[in-house]
Design a protein around this ligand. Sequence first.
Ligand code: GLV
Ligand code: MN
Ligand code: MN
Length: 401
Amino acid sequence: MTDTEDFLRLWDELAPIGRSADSGGYRRYVLTDEDATLREWFAATAAARGLEVTQDRAGNQWAWWGDPDARPGLVIGSHLDSVPDGGAFDGPLGVVSAFLALDELRARGVRPARPVGVACFADEEGARFGVACGGSRLLTGALEPDRAMGLRDGDGVELGEALSHAGRAPVAADPEALRRVGAFVELHVEQGRGLQDLGLPVAVASEIIPHGRWRLDFRGEANHAGTTRLEDRHDAMLGYAGAVLEARRLAASHGVLATCGKVAVTPGGVNAVPAHVTAWLDARGDEVGAVRAMVAEMEAFVAEHEGEMAQESWTDATRFDDALTARVRDAVRASTGDEVPVLGTGAGHDAGILALAGVPAAMLFVRNPTGVSHSPAEHAEVDDCVAGVHALASVVEELSR
Ligand code: GLV
Ligand code: MN
Ligand code: MN
């Protein structure tokens, strides 16, 4: 059985990669040096276990135990990239737990009757190029390769250029790689306090609420902060400032969530009137109709204030496979002896993208004592992480009989 030392041995290998000394958070963005190091780590960790490592045309990595072309496999895993100054657990916990679950099964002499894979999805957070779950969306065809290749980062670098700079081929959908996935189970740190409040270590997921991202552009005219009279200014910041407050007001009135967490100001001088503000809105809610209504009112507001608003991504309400989730839940309950709650989430996941593409998918959540996520303060106790590995191993054993 995996113990604390086994967990920490593998976990600690990842700890320094992309960690900011200033914030203590992680900056692991796609197609950067940190990403290359993480990809090497994944390949080496798989190879050390004798797993066959492949990369699909969408840029996702896979490590297979057994021949994935013999019959559709059971896949576990998650992602290794992060949001700006993200926590250590969002993504990596699922990848590390997947390798350790396979170690545990092998140590127990379990021989799965179907291929078992560990997946590491590329660019789940979309922190650099803007589209969340880029790797799984490309894989399933939910993101057009041409659109992906033309996405730009904050410095204007296209994804296609970044790929060629990294010596990588253009990305594409990969139906052959997708066909190998008979079912996907993603273990993830909980991004809320559901388990903490219940006093339990592991849950299964029921659904992901609908969510999307929109880009906002406000144009003005650069001019001197000391010599331009207020009435002569065309200040792009004013439209944006109004939009932030409007998003908050509309979110409250529609009962949804709205976040304006990223903004870029041109020219970006303390003493220059802003000529252009680009910003992003993240909107989510329990009901598709409420999110859409909020966004429609927001679009009207932005247009009235001479701005533009364009959708960058959208993910519908996502229900995980009920039959698979029931089996996962039974397997976890049998292994931990604990009650296993069923929790919905407001966070997006590659498991959700696969579910929307028709792949039976399920998720396990591991307790997060504060519920904080997308922050350096994100945490899970090591004993709960080990409980998650045992739970995942039981799930793999049950689903690969
Ligand atoms: C991913 O973590 C998201 O929900 O934005
Ligand atoms: Mn995340
Ligand atoms: Mn995640």
